[in-house]
Design a protein around this ligand. Structure first.
Ligand code: PBG
Length: 323
């Protein structure tokens, strides 16, 4: 039979498939989240996230060297403080685990970019992302705490700050504070479209940040909304965000595509803890090929329009990409 077009012609053999592949994943696309805790010599496994640990600063250094050697350009740091209180005051302790880890990595592992997550939930006794008033997170009084936290990260030497709290106006507040203190060159990566998601489950074990009452639905976005994501992004850009993030990634690929198409600026996607743990658990049971599911997920996030992917798979993926 004579067929003018036979798409299968270009699928014959891996070499040809490589040549016509539209999306390529590289270690440059990846950002690895790390959990920094207090103390020394700590390497506490996170049971729901195989291969991930709460690490003390000395162990973070080792880890950072390995990450750099794999060609991964950046890490994002989350802190587990020794003390939590109502207002999360240890978030801006200059001797806090995150602040120390920033200094240490910048000093000992030059060239690895250090991003910090800016949020109160790891530091508050109630596990919410800001100050509580009348059983809810109070927006405007939280902005000051977030700004102080971001400033303390910049003072410790962070290369970029990433607010994940979803308070209104926080990008502008943080931008102002950084600028007033001479940090005009520190970019803000905002968690712009962050949904109230079940996929954060394993992270809350990792960061010990489960809300002690209620949930985060009064500040994180409703999963049914798309236009609202564009609004959130537009506001964050107006306030000075340099990079905007969509989170989670896989259940929200349409949001990534829409934001990339409408705004044409760097878009990050957070392939969150639950997305990681699902694949790990299924692979452990022998229900799917973990490596292939990982690479396909990361590829699809990039194909959707993400310029960078925050992922707990970063090391494993970088290793496969080096082969
Ligand atoms: C803090 C924060 C969370 C995540 C990143 N920053 C948890 C949350 O909002 O409850 C989740 C990351 C993940 O699941 O991997 N606000």
């Amino acid at each position: 039979m004579s067929l003018l077009y036979r798409p299968r012609r270009l699928r014959k053999g891996e070499t040809l498939r490589r040549m016509v592949r539209e999306t390529a994943l590289t270690p440059d696309d990846l950002i690895l989240p790390l959990f920094v805790t207090y103390g020394k010599g700590v390497k506490k496994p996170i049971t729901s996230m195989p291969g991930h640990y709460q690490l003390s600063v000395d162990n973070i250094r080792k880890e950072a060297k390995e990450i750099k050697a794999l060609g991964i350009p950046a890490v994002i740091l989350f802190g587990i403080p020794e003390h939590k209180d109502e207002t999360g005051s240890s978030a801006f302790d200059p001797k806090g685990p995150v602040q120390q880890a920033i200094k240490d990595i910048k000093d000992k592992v030059p060239g690895l970019l250090v991003i910090t997550d800016v949020c109160m939930c790891e530091y508050t006794s109630h596990g919410h992302c800001g100050i509580i008033k009348d059983d809810d997170v109070d927006n405007d009084s939280t902005l000051e705490l977030l700004s102080r936290e971001a400033l303390s990260h910049a003072e410790a030497g962070a290369d970029m700050v990433a607010p994940s709290d979803m308070m209104d106006g926080r990008v502008g507040a943080i931008r102002d504070t950084l600028d007033e203190n001479g940090f005009t060159d520190i970019p803000v990566m905002s968690y712009a479209a962050k949904y109230a998601s079940a996929f954060y489950g394993p992270f809350r074990e990792a960061a010990e940040s489960t809300p002690q009452f209620g949930d985060r639905r009064t500040y994180q976005m409703d999963p049914g909304n798309t236009d609202e994501a564009l609004k959130e992004v537009a506001l964050d850009i107006e306030e000075g965000a340099d990079i905007v993030m969509v989170k989670p990634a896989l259940p929200y690929l349409d949001i990534i595509t829409r934001i990339k198409t409408e705004f044409r600026l760097p878009v990050a996607a957070y392939n969150v803890s639950g997305e990681f743990s699902m694949i790990k658990a299924a692979a452990e049971k022998g229900w799917l090929d973990g490596d292939r599911a990982m690479m396909e997920s990361l590829m699809s996030i990039k194909r959707a329009g993400a310029d960078m992917i925050l992922t707990y798979f970063a090391k494993e993926a970088a290793r496969l990409l080096q082969k």
